[in-house]
Design a protein around this ligand. Structure first.
Ligand code: GUN
Length: 293
């Protein structure tokens, strides 16, 4: 079994980005800057945004955080998004999800100028990704593909099973794994809560990507000998023995599944660090005007 060390790969990519940023600055270019909007005080979102700000520092980017209480109205938030769209000093920004129930996430996402959408959530970016055009690819799928690439894992002709059909992970990663490219060229099956024979599908998978958000859903009997298992789950499970009061728990029962795998990602330290670093990669692409001029 080979452990896919997302933490180490992410650290390496941050160094690569920092070197590129130093070069941009040395050539008289502008320092890339990422703005983030955070609404409310959700523990997970606070941690994510804090990590994004730290990653910006490590990469040599500037960052700014715009905060609202969770009483902010949808119209106030949309007005801010429109203002950032128009502001020439703000090149790219993200709105951290989830948003409070009274705000339509879809409306907010669709209001962001797709050229400033380094999260890759706007329908224009999603659509361009699905037909293989240059775009901002959302961070988690991008991070998963980067791990497969850096570990030189064969994907062509492999059976890839994706558990979960979310807009942020399941759907985009399925789409990327079937595209005519490396990583890609896989035969992809997406399973979800209504799928009939999940066990059979999973057992046939050469590459199993678990993105359900259900702790320890994937057990050893669901995994083929020699499979590649990518665990996207990061559920906070209460744990009184830890200072934080919780333990980040993946969708895969690691101890039981790992001995059967050719490769597996741990939680934490697998896909999670790659998600943050992928947002940094998108920000660098934006700074280089590599996607939209
Ligand atoms: N919430 C969970 N993941 C993400 C992400 O990648 N971007 C944003 N904006 N919010 C999230």
């Amino acid at each position: 079994m080979n452990l896919i060390d997302g933490k180490a790969i992410a650290a390496q990519i941050k160094q690569e980005i920092a070197a590129e940023v130093a070069e941009i600055i040395a050539q008289g270019g502008k320092r890339p800057h990422l703005a983030a909007i955070l609404v409310g005080h959700d523990g997970g979102s606070e941690t994510y945004v804090e990590s994004k700000v730290k990653a910006c520092e490590a990469c040599g980017f500037g960052s700014s955080l715009i905060r609202y209480e969770d009483t902010v109205t949808e119209e106030e938030l949309l007005a801010k998004v429109r203002e950032l769209n128009e502001n020439p000093d703000i090149d790219w920004f993200i709105v951290q999800l989830p948003l409070p129930k009274h705000i339509s996430e879809q409306k907010v996402i669709e209001t962001i100028d797709y050229r400033k959408d380094v999260d890759g959530f706007h329908p224009v970016n999603v659509g361009r990704m699905s037909i293989g055009l240059p775009c901002y690819v959302s961070a988690t799928p991008y991070g998963i593909l980067e791990l497969l690439k850096r570990y030189r894992i064969e994907t062509s002709g492999k059976k890839c099973v994706v558990l979960g059909r979310s807009n942020i992970v399941g759907k985009p990663v399925a789409s990327l794994m079937m595209q005519k490219a490396y990583p890609g060229d896989a035969t992809v099956t997406v399973c979800h809560s209504r799928s009939k024979d999940l066990l059979k599908e999973c057992r046939e998978a050469d590459i199993l990507i678990a993105a359900l958000g259900q702790p320890h859903f994937v057990k050893a009997d669901m995994v083929k000998e020699g499979a590649v298992v990518i665990d996207v789950g990061t559920t906070r499970v209460p744990d009184a023995t830890r200072p934080s009061g919780f333990k980040l728990t993946g969708d895969v029962l690691f101890d039981e599944v790992a001995p059967k795998c050719a490769y597996i990602t741990p939680v934490p330290g697998g896909v999670g660090p790659m998600t943050i670093v992928s947002l940094m990669k998108n920000t660098l692409l934006a700074a280089r005007k590599a996607i939209y001029s």
